[in-house]
Design a protein around this ligand. Structure first.
Ligand code: SAH
Length: 221
């Protein structure tokens, strides 16, 4: 096969080598978990973005997915997933901000069940179908406001929020199981602190994982 043919077919853009390069880069940046790195290698990120952007799908950057939203940067997805699994291996997870479902797909086989909440119905509809096509079945979807969580299935061992909140959402803290963790970007637009809150029996402990930049967690959506 010559190079011209493979680039026309798009094979070059999504090849094993391209994916290996991304995994290598994440490892250099400190991601260590073999299971997380294997998911980054195996989840076909080019299927989560528009065809026009498929050639950039294995770059370590956020990309637009329409409706003013983005697919998260692979490093950030890996970091959040690794931080979650280090504290609650397996378990029941609430995800806020489903978007295109990339984070959901990376995490799904590594936990028991994911409950995911998204405010934009059109994104949710496409994501539901996409995850089914990828044979991911341990995910329940809900159209709703992430600030409210999903009380029906609470408490959760882990809660992952993929949009930036001005402050810690009280209802998410309430929906954490004892020993559970909430991972959430907190702060103003453009630059936030990625915060890990651990619920013990009688209080909450807070820790920072560093600076991140997420789209806002829209209030009262
Ligand atoms: N998890 C995605 C990235 C999501 S971007 C990935 O893996 O790429 C953030 C998402 O949060 C967007 O889809 C946005 O519509 C959603 N969102 C923003 N505010 C929300 C709210 N209050 N409730 C639920 N979803 C919200």
């Amino acid at each position: 096969m010559n190079a011209g043919y493979s680039s026309i077919q798009g094979i070059g853009m999504t090849s094993a080598r391209t994916r290996d390069r991304l995994v290598h880069r994440l490892r250099e940046q400190g991601i260590q978990s073999p299971e997380v790195l294997a998911r980054i290698r195996n989840v076909p990120r080019h299927l989560f973005v528009d065809e026009a952007l498929a050639s950039r799908a294995y770059e370590d950057t956020a990309l637009p997915i329409g409706m003013g939203q983005t697919i998260s940067q692979p490093y950030v997805v890996a970091r959040m997933t690794e931080a979650l699994l280090a504290r609650i291996p397996g378990g029941k997870v609430l995800e806020i901000g489903t978007g295109c479902g990339y984070q959901t797909a990376v995490l799904a086989p590594l936990v028991k069940e994911i409950f995911t909440v998204e405010r934009i119905p059109e994104l949710l509809r496409k994501t539901r179908q996409r995850l089914r096509e990828l044979d991911i079945y341990n995910v329940r979807f809900r159209r709703g406001d992430g600030w409210e969580g999903w009380p029906k299935y609470a408490p959760y061992d882990g809660i992952l929020v993929a949009a930036a909140a001005r402050e810690l959402p009280r209802k998410l803290l309430e929906q954490l199981a004892p020993g559970g963790v909430l991972i959430i970007p907190v702060g103003p637009e453009r630059l936030q602190d990625l915060v890990v809150v651990t619920r013990t029996n009688d209080h909450y402990e807070q820790q920072s994982l560093g600076a991140v930049s997420f789209v806002p967690l829209v209030p009262g959506a």
